[in-house]
Ligand binder design. Structure first.
Ligand SMILES: [Zn+2]
Length: 457
């Protein structure tokens, strides 16, 4: 007797879509069965007309706890993730107070956030100039990768210069870890931003001009070279440009273990949104042109990306329009940069990719589940609907029409650049380790059911 049987659905794997039933026992996938096989189960979900996806993995999110709970917290963000189809969230170490840069802070964080997690979660470890001595201990605790910045970052989290990145990658390579980078060249961004200010250019075009693709390209190419030199596994965060993706693909084809993610907003929004609507669409790297968005999808399709992340970067409405922590916003350069999107990632990716561009759903099963699980060392537990894997399952209705409204968002701050977006194809049921945790836009699970996931040995 199985605990759960999902029947009549169309099972989506990275290779194919097939009519199959999924049988679950003790929170794991027990068997993939032909539709007419006898399979008694305590609970049956009828997935007629629905796609049955492996639970998506958000490789990049800022859940802000502990420290900035007024922006976001685990209870809100992971409930939103569950509703949207992300069953595992990989949380960033910054926008924490203090940033999660030591083994002791790892323990403290898990103790604080664990009771509120609604999805499973992994932790990125901090990588800043003064914590190189903690990296191996963080790795042993269970961090799936280390996050640093090659470029300007808010003051509570210092960026690395290339010498420091070289040293850190030598250390991380010695224990087989992965180093992840926000790639925008520091000196170029600083100088170009100053040029804009000196010229009196404080409009949204100036913001876009201050963060050109060339800055993203320079930092990415340099990190690729450091990965080659050190043998360190690298991850390029939130790639916004298809030309940058091409460089990463070339390095992958040369045999280097360099993974990358893009984000839903880079696949669905453009520089025009920034020019027309300003603050809500500010993020870094910035949104690019429609032509680049269309080309970026080619790199999702050809498998360059191990993750379509949210880079969920919540803030209050005031931080977009009036002031940030007591500092008045005077120009576009002061506005909080970041887009909240953890709830809408999968539906927007499905609509933009599968509905509008005719891409196979198999591509999303690869880019949002299998590849990220492999990149972050949790494949075998997460990332596929195969016997023995966690039964993390998303039922997606390809016909269901949606419009994202502020009221539908479960975030602490119900603001997002995605509000107003419309489309077709929506997650309607999310299963985490065999338990239904979300249905039709509502979180129905239990806070604290989410577990910390460490790399599979
Ligand atoms: Zn981020």
């Amino acid at each position: 007797m199985y605990d759960l049987l999902i029947r009549n659905g169309k099972l989506v794997t990275p290779e194919t879509v097939l009519e199959a039933n999924v049988a679950v026992k003790d929170g794991k996938v027990a068997a993939i069965l032909s539709p007419d096989a006898e399979a008694p189960a305590a609970k049956v979900l009828d997935a007629k007309g629905l796609y049955v996806f492996p639970g998506a993995i958000d490789t990049h999110a800022h859940l802000n706890e502990p420290g900035y709970e007024w922006r976001e917290d685990y209870a809100h963000a992971t409930a939103a993730a569950a509703v949207g189809g992300y069953t595992t969230v990989i949380d960033m170490p910054l926008q924490n107070e203090p940033a999660m840069t030591t083994a002791a802070l790892f323990d403290r964080k898990v103790e604080m956030v664990g009771p509120h997690a609604c999805t499973d979660y992994c932790l990125w470890g901090g990588l800043v100039p003064d914590n190189f001595g903690e990296l191996e201990a963080l790795h042993k605790k269970g961090c799936v990768a280390f996050k640093s910045f090659i470029g300007p970052v808010s003051s509570d989290y210092a960026p690395l210069n290339y010498g420091q990145a070289y040293e850190a990658m030598q250390i991380i390579a010695s224990f087989g870890g992965r180093a992840g980078f926000h790639c925008e060249d520091f000196s170029m961004i600083r100088h170009t931003e100053q040029r804009m200010k000196d010229a009196g250019r404080l409009d949204w075009q100036a913001f876009l001009d201050s963060r050109p693709v060339a800055a993203e390209m320079l930092a990415t190419v340099d990190i690729i070279e450091l990965a080659k030199a050190t043998g360190c596994k690298a991850h390029i965060c939130h790639v916004s440009s298809p030309d940058v993706a091409e460089k990463i693909l070339q390095a992958q084809q040369e045999g280097y273990d360099i993974t990358a993610e893009t984000c839903t907003h880079y696949l669905s929004m453009t520089d025009k949104d920034v020019l027309e609507n300003g603050p809500m669409f500010k993020c870094a790297p910035p949104l690019r042109s429609q032509e680049e968005v269309d080309r970026l999808w080619k790199y999702v399709e050809n498998g360059t990306f191990a993750g379509i992340a949210s880079d969920h970067s919540p803030c209050s409405k005031e931080e977009k329009y009036t002031e940030i922590m007591g500092q008045k916003i005077e120009t576009v350069f002061d506005v909080w940069g970041g887009i909240s999107g953890i709830q809408s990632g999968m539906q927007v990716a499905f609509y933009e990719g599968c509905v509008k561009r005719g891409i196979s759903p198999c591509v999303l099963a690869g880019a949002m589940a299998e590849k990220p699980a492999k990149a972050f060392g949790i494949y075998g537990k997460k990332g596929a609907l195969l016997p023995g894997f966690d039964a993390d399952i998303v039922l997606l209705d390809p016909q269901k029409e949606w419009e994202i409204t502020a009221e539908s968002l479960l975030y602490k701050n119900k603001i997002s650049a995605f509000v107003g977006k419309k489309g077709t194809g929506m997650p309607v049921c999310t299963v985490l380790r065999g338990e239904v945790v979300a249905e039709d836009g509502r979180f129905t699970g239990t806070q604290g059911y989410g577990e910390l996931v460490c790399p599979v040995e």
